[in-house]
Design a protein. Sequence first.
Lengths: 197, 173
Amino acid sequence: MLNTFWPICIVVSVIVSVLTGRLDNINNSIFESTGSAIELTITLIGTMCLWSGIMEIAVNTSLIEKIKRVLRPIMKFLFPNINFQEKEYQEVCMNIISNLLGLGNAATPLGLKAMQTMQDKNSEKDKLTDSMAMLIVLNTASLQIIPTTVIAIRTSLGSNNPTKIIVPVWIATLSAAITAIFATKLFIKLEKRKKAK
Amino acid sequence: MISYISSIVMPIIIFIIIFSAFSEKKKTFDLFLKGAKEGIEITLKIFPTLVGLFFAISLLRNSGTIDIIINFCEPFLVKLNIPREILPLAILRPISGSGSIAIATEIMKNYGTDTLIGLIASVIMGATETTIYTIAVYTGSVKIKNTRFVLKAALLADAVGMLTAVAICRILS
């Protein structure tokens, strides 16, 4: 996607700057942009290091089992077609826990593994099952307890209260996630009704 | 109240994790180092992407292209009560993760991190995902073309998340 988006941005910008007579601005922005990238990366490294380290500890404790137990009734509601004894449940569950803990890099491989396991049992190989659709929608909902990246950005720009946004983020994420879940459930029902007719 | 809860979340989570690891007699510091090393790799991996995207976004802004796009969408934004400065982030957020990091940083740098605009940008970044990219990766990995309603449901959720973000920040500030 960036292979189309990126060149378009640059070509259009240069044309616009010639038309509006802002070529000087462009020259400044070329060097300014690399500076911004370096500043951000340096602060991000610190936060990401600390947080990945702490989460690595969390993953190795019994906390994960406890979260799994708490999630069970919710998972039953979200994935009525999944057998709780089987490995797909473990994979889906670990994917969601990794998302909650902000371990995006661990979440994706786990989610993709769960997709593969579900695909093996899928009777219509070129169509998503209900559970697969729910898994994808949940993964687009950014269920993160602590939005570390934003906090790091805010810190790097000298915010006097970088964590101020945590509760507002929860409220916004939850309303998005609830919308996602109910929209998915509703669409599944509608499709079934259509089929029945 | 909200800012109090926001400020105690991180310390509490860190405490619970470290305390339970310590009481289960895990090698806490070794585990920490292992995770921290991965943290460096993750960040360094996105550095080239960030340079490329910061460059493109800085060009878009300094050439005045973003202003042209925003002016075009202005009537629509006013109806939804969204500040015009947020638009580039709202458009880019579902498409590219590093792109939205770059643009959110730009917005906060220009308008401040704790102004209404800075707060909205922060909450949108924290509360939404790179929807389109995620759907592409997940369906692509099992080679499924019929994605049913997934894109509709996910984009609807993003829109709700963004509008909620704007509403909460307006109430807070």
